[in-house]
Design a binder for this molecule. Structure first.
Ligand code: ADP
Length: 187
């Protein structure tokens, strides 16, 4: 059962790859960034609370994000497996996720880390032009990534769940690397 975490710095292409791999392997794609942006667009209470953190490049409080993930993992399209894209993003989210999965009788199969050099990341994000993609916010998101999210690489390595993929290549080539590595790991 493919239950996957996609790690990697902002701009590494994990969102793009998560969509393609989820379609190919018929998994639910769960992006906390997308769920939060939808909440902001709807101006729901959660969206209003999340908005400021997102526009500054900070992490939204764990409790808000965890609630979104908990609801999403109960939906029927997750039965065949899922890809969590952008979650967990810090140690406490990783521990909460493990607790939540234990509660619902599931476990993470692999955590995929997409490796991309910093200069490529900033270039890609500036080209993308999302509302939170101006240079100072990008810098802050990279800092937050290094401080809070990058340590999860070791967290999953220690649990023998880490799959490292070189993400510095054309989209199609990265997809091929990913799908091949996931198939090998699944045997
Ligand atoms: P990127 O991968 O480019 O960083 P995302 O779409 O994953 O973009 O996230 C955009 C923003 O949404 C983050 O900068 C953060 O403010 C918020 N966010 C997304 N996921 C989480 C999470 N798991 N915990 C806290 N905040 C999050």
């Amino acid at each position: 059962m493919a239950r996957l975490i996609f790690l990697g710095p902002p701009g590494a292409g994990k969102g793009t790859q998560a969509v393609v791999v989820a379609t190919q392997l018929q998994l639910a794609h769960i992006s906390t960034g997308d769920l939060l942006r939808a909440a902001v667009a709807q101006q729901s209470a959660l969206g209003l609370e999340a908005q400021g953190y997102m526009s500054r490049g900070e992490l939204v409080p764990d409790s808000l994000v965890l609630g979104l993930v908990r609801d999403r993992l109960q939906q029927p399209d997750t039965a065949n497996g899922w890809i969590l894209d952008g979650f967990p993003r810090n140690r406490s989210q990783a521990e909460s996720l493990n607790a939540l999965l234990a509660e619902i009788g599931q476990r993470i199969e692999q955590a995929v880390n997409l490796d991309v050099p910093d200069e490529v990341i900033v270039e890609r994000m500036l080209a993308r032009g999302r509302a939170d993609d101006n240079e100072s916010v990008i810098r802050r998101r990279l800092e937050v990534y290094r401080e809070q999210t990058a340590p999860l690489i070791d967290f999953f390595r220690d649990r023998q769940q880490l799959l490292e993929i070189d993400g510095n290549a054309a989209v199609e080539l990265v997809t091929e690397r990913l799908v091949n590595a996931l198939q090998v790991a699944a045997v």
